[in-house]
Design a protein around this ligand. Structure first.
Ligand SMILES: NC(=O)c1ccc[n+]([C@@H]2O[C@H](COP(=O)([O-])OP(=O)(O)OC[C@H]3O[C@@H](n4cnc5c(N)ncnc54)[C@H](OP(=O)(O)O)[C@@H]3O)[C@@H](O)[C@H]2O)c1
Length: 239
């Protein structure tokens, strides 16, 4: 997938990794980038940028975006929410909101844009997931479940959309320096490094992009014994 001369749409483009995606797409020669955000005044302006208001949980707004952006051949589903809700004790509305935005909102975008991608030769979808799709951690249980759903969705869509020649790629990363991670004092990648790694992978046809060592380690640990991966929890096991 060549991004030079592509027409892309990015969700959640007003800040964080979404804004970096817009910059990187323009730097790679995209002809047009629909930079979408709930508040479209938050997105960067430029000759090849089309700002658009879009809340991905609003089905009418998603359909409206598809009716305008019929030339898209790269869909970047970046928008996401982390509430830090624990599964057992967190507010049920936070847990539902994460699923509504991260899973159902992303799926709504795919469903609206899959026919457009088909009409434009197939194109690409990049779904932004997380290392948390593969790793349980305190205070990320609800977010992780929604991102695991995105991972699963991405894998199945890859099969469903193969007949129309659409490349479906997942992006996973650990800690990136955005508002979402502002309360955590941990080493972080820059949004531009993550966006660049993702678009490098997209251009060479990678189906899964792991943006850092922590994410590569979590993926490798999927085949590990949970008693070792979650060793801090094993004291509760029955003999
Ligand atoms: N930062 C990390 O360490 C990290 C790690 C793994 C995965 N991720 C994922 O990377 C993606 C980008 O996150 P970020 O780090 O850039 O976080 P961020 O700075 O908090 O940005 C989140 C973006 O999602 C948008 N958004 C939220 N709900 C939306 C909705 N209903 N409709 C449209 N847009 C919505 C936000 O728009 P508003 O400005 O309107 O709120 C904002 O642009 C997310 O999917 C996140 O889960 C981030």
């Amino acid at each position: 997938m060549h991004l030079n001369s592509s027409t892309a749409l990015v969700t959640g483009a007003g800040r964080g990794i979404g804004r970096a995606f817009v910059d990187e797409l323009l730097a790679r020669g995209a002809t047009k980038v629909y930079a979408t955000a709930r508040d479209d005044s938050s997105v960067i302006r430029g000759p090849r940028v089309v700002p658009m208001a879009l809340d991905i949980t609003d089905t009418e707004a998603v359909d409206h975006a598809a009716s305008i952006a019929g030339d898209v051949d790269v869909l970047i589903n970046n928008a996401g929410l982390s509430t830090l809700a624990p599964l057992a004790t967190g507010a049920p509305e936070d847990i539902r909101r994460e699923m509504e935005i991260n899973y159902f909102g992303t799926l709504a975008m795919v469903r609206a844009f899959a026919p457009i991608l088909a009409g434009n030769g197939g194109g690409s979808i990049l779904n932004v997931s997380s290392v948390m799709s593969w790793l349980g951690m305190e205070h990320s249980g609800s977010y992780g479940a929604s991102k695991a759903a995105v991972w699963s969705m991405t894998n199945s869509l890859r099969i469903e959309l193969s007949g129309q020649n659409t490349q479906v790629t997942g992006l996973h990363m650990a800690s990136t320096d955005t508002d979402m991670m502002s309360g955590f004092d941990v080493p972080k990648n820059t949004p531009h490094a993550v966006a660049a790694a993702a678009l490098d992978g997209l251009e060479v046809g990678d189906l899964e992009i792991l943006a850092d060592d922590d994410t590569r380690s979590a993926k490798a640990n999927l085949s590990g014994d949970p008693a070792e991966v979650y060793s801090q929890a094993v004291r509760h096991r029955l003999p």
